[in-house]
Ligand binder design. Sequence first.
Ligand code: NDP
Length: 306
Amino acid sequence: MSTKKILITGATGQVARRAAEDLAKDNEVWCLARFTDPRIERELAAGDIRTWRWDMDGGTLEGLPDDFTHVMHAAAYRGDGTDFEAAVTMNSLATSRLMTHCHHAESFLFVSTGAVYARKARDHRYVETDPLGRRMGWLPTYPVSKITAEATVCAFSATLDLPATIARLNVAYGPHGHGGMPVALFRRMLAGRPIEVPHEGSDWCNPIHTDDVARQVPLLWEAAAVPARMVNWGGDEMVSIQDMMTFASEITGVPVTFLPSAVTRETDAFDNSLRRALIGNCAVSWRDGLPPTLRAHVPTVRGSGA
Ligand code: NDP
């Protein structure tokens, strides 16, 4: 992809930053955020990325160019767990403002989550047509704010005739930002704290490295349609949280313990058939991607492999 004018929100975070950096090599890339960490704004600017301050919490887009060809909306307010109105309103209104401002674009990509699905058996592989409505014990405001933002994307895609893809992301991990859930769980291990797991069965996931995320963003733009196209966006391999973090323990020597609990991270396994048909396979196996990711976030850890 080259010579396009691209707008990305959330590029100061974990998921979208690599995509912004890769795309900036051959395109004009603008990143919108509050830039709560000014160091990241400087790093993005040094990588030939234009930065523009925008707060989804009522911030205006006045003064921002409106001739973007491609938009990736990855910024999210996950909520405080209790104020549903705030989470729903902020994410939906910000999404509608962004789509309206960029209605001339060729394609709009909304980064959603597998947490929108209503919970089925823990090893169920969710498909795009599965029922929605997760009750997420550890962060109840998150799924509903993503479902309502998805509905906003559907409505504005149709109303504005703006081709859109809603990509429901699985567990993303990589060198930037917070590193993703595997890094968060690894930090628990380093602190000597147990990882919560279900009383029965396992939490499964399809981890996807941000290298694959970055490579697949242009393909997801190509797959956009009116009305908006939904697609699961996870890695090719399904793994349980126990197996992944046991592997992390084996390669680093950091002990892991698991605590059966009623409240866990509630990750999901995906049926990736549609994603594979639309944009092909992933390139990074979680066993290859995890060691350098852990090393990037915790450089002092020993033996984290290739
Ligand atoms: P991060 O928490 O790492 O980053 C959040 C981003 O959103 C930052 O760039 C932040 O920028 C921006 N943001 C937050 N609040 C506002 C606001 N009020 N106004 C403007 N920008 C704001 O998120 P991730 O990278 O982990 O997630 C990106 C997307 O992917 C989200 O939509 C999330 O729902 C989705 N997702 C992520 C998964 C993962 O594994 N990480 C899994 C499934 C879905 P700043 O603070 O500078 O404003």
